[in-house]
Write a protein that binds this ligand. Sequence first.
Ligand SMILES: NC(=O)c1ccc[n+]([C@@H]2O[C@H](COP(=O)([O-])OP(=O)(O)OC[C@H]3O[C@@H](n4cnc5c(N)ncnc54)[C@H](OP(=O)(O)O)[C@@H]3O)[C@@H](O)[C@H]2O)c1
Length: 252
Amino acid sequence: MNEQILKDKNIIITGARRGIGRVILELFARNGANIWACVRTEDEDFLSEMNQLADECHVWIKPIYFDLADEESVKKGIQEIIKEKKPIDVLVNNAGVSYGGLATMTPLKVLKDTFQINYFAQIQIIQMVLRVMMRQKSGAIVNMSSIGGIETAPGYLAYGSSKAALIHATKTISHEVGQYGIRVNAIAPGLTETDMGNYKSEEEIQKVLERSSLHRKADPIEIANCALFLASDKSSFITGQVLIADGGRICV
Ligand SMILES: NC(=O)c1ccc[n+]([C@@H]2O[C@H](COP(=O)([O-])OP(=O)(O)OC[C@H]3O[C@@H](n4cnc5c(N)ncnc54)[C@H](OP(=O)(O)O)[C@@H]3O)[C@@H](O)[C@H]2O)c1
């Protein structure tokens, strides 16, 4: 068997039911991690798939239910994890929503809702988890930002600025908690083959791909591999960084 680079680490992953989060979950379990799999709603199929994966990988996987749109629900979900009094080695803040629309056509309510999920809830989770990590004097946080949080383009106000704010938080918090042995990094994926990566029209997708060196979308495993690196001790001297995995976007 290959080296299991997350062996016995206890890891929180949000947005674990589908897309990039699901692939991260499977990759991490196969690398020996125990996982709190955070999902929005209860789902019997998900539960039985998780039990099967846990048996196969000789790890535990525990579903935790909360909705990032609801502050109280996030608090309860993370408290449930903290009450277990287990070390929390890694937090992967993966869940997110996309919203496209020109600035003049974006109602403030949509902007606030997008920020609630892509920024405020992520910060709330980070704050709660950091209290544990600071006590244990170790930990790694991986925030899923986006190339849309670095590049600017028409139609990206809500999504792009929420992801840019997450990058700012990543860097700021990394400076504050480095002294406790905690690393905080972000990933900025380009277009990735998931439900979210398919919400644009075929024409828009082609335009994005034409402007990339590799001329294709990422497979979610290529983003999960970045998360694996940043979550593991292989990146032990890396903090406050944004790992861009966008197939070589060409700025024009
Ligand atoms: N795909 C891309 O092209 C791309 C590019 C750059 C960055 N990203 C980022 O990568 C991350 C994962 O994206 P993805 O492509 O895997 O997207 P996805 O397939 O749309 O999955 C999004 C995940 O977030 C969860 N989520 C959304 N709203 C939530 C809420 N209110 N409460 C709890 N969970 C919620 C979803 O849960 P449910 O299953 O319950 O809906 C789902 O698991 C996101 O942060 C996204 O911004 C994606």
